[in-house]
Design a protein around this ligand. Structure first.
Ligand SMILES: C[S@@+](CC[C@H](N)C(=O)[O-])C[C@H]1O[C@@H](n2cnc3c(N)ncnc32)[C@H](O)[C@@H]1O
Length: 195
């Protein structure tokens, strides 16, 4: 009970970060879309306690608009290191709306879990999410990613897709870059081709 109320307070009191876009809702705990069956929710959040908020380490990251014309996402936003981040450091979790419906049009959707029956659960941060939605892919920006996506369970057993620094330090001011994977870019090209 005490834990529940503490988590609820933490989640409610997390203010949105600087440069947060007005058209996106800032959230620090998962939201479930109606497409996720009740029994499937328990695979992601096995405890019936209030979900644990992703308390972002504001001292680690900053959202910044990219003005360099040579950057392939120029004019968009990116996630940058606000200070030196040591190797293998948990940076933050990717929070958004959990869903089981198809969202080919979303550029903010990543795959979280696949059930034995073949049902896919995604985290979509297109309309609601946290700082992690601003992490860009390394292609055309750097020769390799300096961070990775890795799933983990919180102490309460909730499944999260987390961003961790790689085997090297990330310098203060460097853009945090992951690999979305070739299949992400292939799916995007297919979607654009069909548009
Ligand atoms: C999850 S969002 C990343 C945040 C995005 N830059 C923003 O400002 O909202 C994914 C989108 O960022 C852009 N992006 C990310 N990495 C890129 C890259 N290496 N080259 C070109 N565009 C990229 C693409 O438009 C992609 O659809």
């Amino acid at each position: 009970m005490a834990r529940n109320s503490r988590n609820a307070k933490t989640a409610a009191s997390i203010a949105q970060p600087a440069h947060w876009p007005t058209h996106v809702q800032y959230i620090s705990v998962y939201r479930f879309h109606l497409s996720v069956p009740t029994e499937t929710r328990a695979l992601i959040c096995p405890k019936s306690t209030a979900p644990e908020a992703c308390v972002p380490s504001r001292s680690l990251t900053i959202i910044r608009r990219i003005s360099e014309h040579s950057h392939p996402a120029s004019g968009q936003f990116g996630l940058f290191a606000a200070r030196k981040i040591p190797p293998r450091t948990h940076i933050l979790d990717y929070i958004g709306e959990l869903h089981c419906d198809d969202r080919p049009e979303s550029d903010y959707d990543l795959s979280l879990y696949r059930t034995r029956e073949g049902l896919s659960i995604g985290v979509d941060a297109q309309h609601m999410g946290n700082e992690a939605r601003f992490v860009n892919d390394f292609r055309g920006i750097s020769h390799k990613p300096n961070a990775v996506f890795e799933d983990r369970r919180t102490v309460d057993g909730e499944l999260r897709m987390s961003i961790w620094s790689g085997s090297d330090c990330i310098k203060k001011g460097d853009e945090i870059l992951v690999s979305y994977g070739k299949s992400w870019w292939r799916a995007r090209e297919e979607c654009e081709g069909n548009a």
